[in-house]
Ligand binder design. Structure first.
Ligand SMILES: Cc1cc2nc3c(=O)[nH]c(=O)nc-3n(C[C@H](O)[C@H](O)[C@H](O)COP(=O)(O)O)c2cc1C
Length: 209
């Protein structure tokens, strides 16, 4: 009788160990799944003469961050590119952008848009223009269907920060908008290592490490 009891107890303990083992396996696979979200990095960025002491730049500040993020998250990359380029000089570019904002225009953008349904999360990058998104970013947001999607905004600026642009994105898309990242454009341009560390912290904070 004692022997039978002993066998029964050993059996019970093994079942318990097996169950605990499975639990651990399930948890780790959940973690894997959450880091395997299908991600698109869509960004707008302008090279040429810029503010913040960077002068004439070959690669826009936001584009630098967009490329880093795409590499860090193994995401697809899409550039929101207006068909009509902005003036190369800074002041004339700001004047064109100001008029576009005042008239609430939707500048045409180049090429076929990506299929948003293929993605779970969209990292949306843009420079702050007149405390707003460049109007071409609205063209992109309004032509796509973001219902049920998550948008994580990241912006570069030279003083005004991200402002109310997270709310503007929410209003334009009805998507779930996560806490955005704001960074000086000059930092993205001049201190890429520091910029990358900031991006890593942000990805961690929004659960996309
Ligand atoms: C048309 C225009 C308007 C801008 N308006 C603002 C602004 O309102 N607030 C701000 O902090 N920076 C402003 N900036 C500076 C840009 O946000 C900043 O330089 C940004 O890093 C540029 O990014 P990009 O190189 O990716 O285009 C403006 C720049 C341009 C060209």
């Amino acid at each position: 009788m004692k022997r039978i009891l002993l066998f029964l107890m050993i059996g019970l303990v093994s079942v318990c160990f097996a169950a605990c083992g499975n639990d651990t396996a399930n948890k780790s696979s959940e973690n894997v799944n959450s880091s395997e979200k299908r991600i698109l990095v869509a960004y707008f960025s302008r090279a040429d003469e810029n503010t913040g002491g960077v002068g004439y730049i070959e690669k826009g500040n936001t584009r630098i961050l967009a490329e880093m993020l795409a590499e860090m998250t193994k995401a697809d990359l899409f550039e929101i590119k207006p068909t009509k380029p902005y003036p190369k000089e800074y002041i004339p570019a700001t004047e064109v952008a100001k008029q576009e904002k005042e008239e609430n225009t939707r500048p045409e953008i180049v090429g076929e848009l990506p299929d948003i349904q293929k993605y779970d999360v969209i990292l949306l990058g843009y420079p702050i223009w007149w405390s707003d998104l460049p109007m071409a970013v609205y063209t992109f947001l309004e032509r796509e269907n973001f219902s049920g999607k998550v948008i994580a905004p990241f912006c570069t600026h030279e003083g005004s920060g991200i402002g109310s642009t997270e709310q503007y994105i929410e209003k334009a898309t009805q998507a779930k908008v996560l806490n955005g990242l704001e960074m000086r454009g000059s930092m993205a341009q001049n201190s890429p290592q520091e910029a990358k560390e900031e991006l890593a912290k942000w990805l961690d904070a929004i659960g996309l490490k």
